[in-house]
Design a protein around this ligand. Sequence first.
Ligand code: SAH
Length: 350
Amino acid sequence: MSDADRIPVLSLTLGELEQWMEQTGQKKFRARQIYEWLHVRHARSFDEMTNLPKALREELAAKCRIPALDAVEVLTSQTDGTQKFLFALEDGNVIESVLMRYHYGLSACISSQVGCRMGCRFCASTIGGCIRNLSAGEMIGQVRKMAEIAGERIGHVVIMGSGEPLDNYENLVRFLRIMGDPDGERLSLRDITVSTCGIVPNIRRLAGEDLPVTLALSLHAPSQEKRLRLMPIAKKYPLADVMDAMRDYYERTGRRITFEYSCVEGENTSPQDAQMLADLVQGMNCHINLIPVNPVTERSYARPDRQGMEAFRRKLEKRGISVTIRREMGRDINGACGQLRRSYLNSSGD
Ligand code: SAH
């Protein structure tokens, strides 16, 4: 059996593993043992699974694989210890992930696709389009590999790397189920944030999955007209519909909504923009994260200066809105979403 034909077991939920055990004539309880080896003890080979009969271990090794990511490049910030990773997948594609150190512990920012097809104007991840979706195992693999390199448990995960998680819905949900499983990776779903550009039907679907993760909307503009200038997806899913879906998410999950707002000089940070933004989120239980836009080599957007950022924040605060300017981690290893991968692809002649 070739490598590609073997089952990538990290992507299977416990239920699926149980089903597979039964189909292959094994005892169902073995699935739980394997699942624990994979997601609690983080075994790298079937050989390590010493409480399984040798014959089963051999069968597993023949029919399944435990995909591992290969760290091609690791950049470490001298100022705050933030690390950026370029990981190679089994098929040679590369993705990037970030590990941030906070007082409450490690937080991992992971990618959900190789590239992205959403086309946001200021974003580097979307420049070469979307190559493919990541499997749940590849998303788990990023968290695992970073924890392994750091030698420490990761307590928070944000899906804010390259890709649109709600454009890879099935794999995202599978990833969340395994991450939040008390028999699996044991993360609290509340400590996981899914960030979306606003795929309305899937925001509504996620609200019904019984997976109470924090949902962040990449808002970036206070009106449909302005949003369209930055985010082509607004054409398919107009702002009013996205806001309705976000309100619905809050009502059904009780999770406070986060809005990401990348500040672009001359585009979305005028006093009128602040007023419109305050009106837009009026009455919602939400938090706004202001992010000075990260200049991308291939794009010509600039960030407001410090005073500009502060003035915008104060305007929102005056309207009683919970708002912060995102602390920039790893300034010295700068590179917005997708930039590390882009520079790698550029240098390797892609
Ligand atoms: N596709 C998802 C998640 C990926 S990006 C989403 O749209 O939310 C994570 C966040 O970084 C998004 O809010 C995205 O709009 C923002 N972002 C991307 N490139 C940026 C840049 N150059 N400067 C500032 N924010 C950027």
